[in-house]
Design a protein around this ligand. Sequence first.
Ligand SMILES: *[C@@H]1O[C@H](CO)[C@@H](O)[C@H](O)[C@H]1NC(C)=O
Ligand SMILES: *[C@@H]1O[C@H](CO)[C@@H](O)[C@H](O)[C@H]1NC(C)=O
Ligand SMILES: *[C@@H]1O[C@H](CO)[C@@H](O)[C@H](O)[C@H]1NC(C)=O
Ligand SMILES: *[C@@H]1O[C@H](CO)[C@@H](O)[C@H](O)[C@H]1NC(C)=O
Length: 515
Amino acid sequence: MKNTILILIFVSIFCLHGNCSRIFAVFMFPSVSHQVIFQPIWKELSLRGHQVTVVTPNPLKDQSLTNLTEIDISFTYKLPEIVGVLNSVGQKPTLVQKMLSIFELNMLVFESEMKSQAIQEIIQRQNDKYDLVLLQYSHFANVMLPFAYKFNAPAVGISSLGVFLHARDDIGNPTHPVISPDYILGISGNMSFVERLKCFLYNLWYRALYYFYFLPRGDAIARTYFGDDMPYLGKLAKNLSLLLVSANPIIHTPTPNVPNIIEINQLHIKEKKPLPKDLQEFLDGSPQGAIYFSLGSNMKSVNLSSTLRKEITTALAELPYNVIWKWEDDHLADKPDNVLIKKWLPQQDILGHPNIKAFITQGGLQSIEEAIINEVPLVGIPFFSDQPSNMRKIEEQGIGRMIDYASLTKEKLKSAVIEVSQNKKYKENIKRCKSILVDQPTRGVDKAVWWIEYVLKHKGARHLRSPAADMSFFEYLMLDVISFLVMIIIIASYGFYKLIMSVKKALSVRKIKKS
Ligand SMILES: *[C@@H]1O[C@H](CO)[C@@H](O)[C@H](O)[C@H]1NC(C)=O
Ligand SMILES: *[C@@H]1O[C@H](CO)[C@@H](O)[C@H](O)[C@H]1NC(C)=O
Ligand SMILES: *[C@@H]1O[C@H](CO)[C@@H](O)[C@H](O)[C@H]1NC(C)=O
Ligand SMILES: *[C@@H]1O[C@H](CO)[C@@H](O)[C@H](O)[C@H]1NC(C)=O
């Protein structure tokens, strides 16, 4: 108790000098691949002397981080819906089904977290003061925004993958339907007419769905936990100070961004560590080459259908390479002799081994960055989220091949792996991509933290705010201006017509008089 008081006194003296701030962060979604992007940010902020309280399903649990308080919500990983959705591979949902299920899942996770004792305690406490609220801003995680209102603090959103259209609207970014389509469409680069039509219609459809259904529902749900006096959720979203979005120059199409959208990447890239002994020996003992195979942290290889698994195992068995497969079980039926299975693997360090020839991946953003940095060509089997559009870019860049899981066969997988491993083109292209990706003025985490401290220093970033954030759709699309001009043209044309008619009439009257 005495210690706590001493620390509190120390902290408040320190804070008075403006060197540290109190930050509340909530990264709500249970997915390792999202959380690994946020972890270095909250860690770095705490190391720089800020008092950080973070709500996360993946706490670092590092005792040496004395300025960090982590509120563990890892129970969300066990929600049956989370387990179910992430394993529901095999069906190809339509865009509508995808959107609805992503939304419902977000609301479900949100509600279960808000009901938890840890968060209830935070809501109930009246005297907590924070200078900044950080929150996950992918999908529909903006339902956590009322925390910024509760603490009367500026809000910064961070997305570990792209964002949907509404997040760009929130910050007032003019978003061209065909130049910056949402990743969920899986369309990018040079588009056909049909694709452009699809992007255009998506823009209208998504906005209708979001503003007339998702946002009001999100607001109603948030209200039951934060109380009825909170402003409309859409209004809180318009008050977002800054948006940090994961994007990199290799797999994302360059997009026009307003100054308070900051692109970040490579946050999760770690210093190289030595491999565990068994893996080191396995890879050293594979001079002919080895393949690394992992479907990431969300998609479990054990949950692949048995037909898919059989095609894959027979393909792997016929490869002239050894294989390390992240297989989340002790036993793999018909495990080929050249395959080593493990439930968990140090992916970045494996990819760094010189004998690795190719990486079979689900095509997640983080895995792709790791592959590029280690110059390992890819074979992608995308399943959901941004994976299909990421893999499309990978093919365009000539650094990997994509296989549709629904039509995956032994032959297709085998020939793709052999192609990317043996055709020198892939290695050359990925070297070129790496030199572009790593050519940055600062580390990703330093950039993110610099911008967060910028918002702290200026108590928000209103001076960066795009006027588009405060415009109605009528004003933004200039419908009022266009209608006004059309009206002028109509009135002028009518006037002109009347004038011609009266001149004509006058002339004909004179003619009659003359005759
Ligand atoms: C904790 O914050 C203080 C300033 O408040 C700073 O001097 C110290 O280095 C930080 N310690 C750690 C371990 O992050
Ligand atoms: C908007 O954000 C500022 C801080 O940037 C805060 O002071 C203000 O209360 C917020 N307004 C609403 C409606 O949340
Ligand atoms: C897109 O079109 C341009 C111009 O036709 C071409 O130079 C470019 O290579 C194309 N990009 C891709 C990814 O096909
Ligand atoms: C996924 O695999 C795990 C481990 O074998 C199993 O417990 C779980 O029920 C599977 N889930 C689905 C949806 O098949």
